[in-house]
Design a protein around this ligand. Structure first.
Ligand SMILES: Cc1cc2nc3c(=O)[nH]c(=O)nc-3n(C[C@H](O)[C@H](O)[C@H](O)COP(=O)(O)OP(=O)(O)OC[C@H]3O[C@@H](n4cnc5c(N)ncnc54)[C@H](O)[C@@H]3O)c2cc1C
Length: 266
């Protein structure tokens, strides 16, 4: 295990202020007694945690096995989509532009444009406190932005199919373009809240409350998209939490809807 003190601006996509101790897991032996890891920090807000664990690039690999690609948990979505382009393989283009790791995307059951990563999974290999466990697709019990997995995702099998390279690139470019137009690609942790089952999406509810553009310190509810908080420079966790609470309270007051955070506050 390699331990370093790392500025949070490099560990969280919203670019938090401060530093934290990071233990980088180099091999299977380092996994003993580790209960959770962070990925690329694109849906994480560090509040009280003083030490985090993170899979090192040793867990970032991609290996083809027929139509199923074995992908290490630390592989980034960007690395994987580049691989897809090079090999003319189509699967999770809809996640292009999401600054996540494959492990994090599977843990969160990341989705967009009516798709979710679960639809493309063949298996997930996790490390629980007791053992390594390979869970095959029929036994994956995922739901909206939730994998219900209790362990560290070391590897996943993703089913791909051959497609014209130009079509894959077209889908990737269009996904990134839509994301850029609708919301933001940087200095944010993506959706703050899950969309409630009933009624309007969380972003619209926050917008209807007139909260777009509300700022605290360097943090701001995006003027473009109500469900995004963005940083204008490094952000303080308390400022972000203040905006999260303001949005929750206002939506509850005006719509009697209790928003649930998608972002993991740790
Ligand atoms: C610009 C932007 C756009 C986004 N767009 C989308 C979108 O379209 N759809 C969507 O669903 N989300 C989106 N997100 C949110 C975020 O990218 C996803 O939730 C992503 O899956 C998080 O991956 P990560 O590697 O950054 O995980 P982190 O944010 O580091 O961690 C998130 C959670 O996953 C756990 N975790 C991470 N890695 C592992 C692992 N290997 N094993 C077990 N648990 C793990 C962490 O403990 C934590 O609880 C977006 C975020 C940003 C910044």
């Amino acid at each position: 295990m390699i331990t370093k003190i790392v500025p949070l601006k490099y560990l969280t996509s919203i670019r938090q202020n401060g530093c934290i101790t990071v233990n980088y897991i180099e091999n299977d032996r380092d996994l003993d007694n580790v209960k959770s890891v962070i990925g690329c920090g694109s849906n994480v807000l560090i509040k009280n945690t003083k030490t985090v664990y993170k899979l090192s690039p040793n867990f970032g690999y991609i290996k083809i096995n027929g139509n199923v690609v074995r992908v290490g948990g630390a592989t980034t979505i960007r690395q994987f989509t580049n691989f897809m382009i090079n090999r003319s393989l189509s699967c999770i283009e809809f996640l292009s532009g999401v600054p996540a790791s494959v492990g994090g995307a599977v843990f969160m059951n990341a989705g967009a444009f009516g798709n979710e990563i679960l639809d493309f999974l063949e298996y997930v290999l996790i490390k629980t406190p007791e053992k390594k466990l390979k869970i095959e697709k029929p036994n994956l019990n995922f739901s909206y932005r939730n994998s219900n997995l209790n362990g560290i995702i070391l590897e996943v099998g993703i089913r791909c199919r051959k497609k014209e390279k130009s079509q894959i690139i077209e889908k990737i470019v269009s996904s990134i373009k839509v994301r850029k137009n609708k919301a933001h690609l940087r200095n944010t942790f993506g959706s703050v809240f899950k969309n409630p089952k009933q009624n309007l999406p969380a972003g619209r509810l926050i917008e209807e409350c007139g909260l777009k553009g509300r700022a605290k310190g360097t943090a701001m509810i995006s003027p473009k998209h109500g469900n995004f908080i963005i940083g204008k420079g490094l952000v303080n966790v308390d400022d972000v939490l203040f905006l999260i609470d303001s949005a929750k309270n206002e939506v509850l007051k005006q719509f009697s809807i209790e928003l649930e955070e998608e972002v993991k506050i740790i």
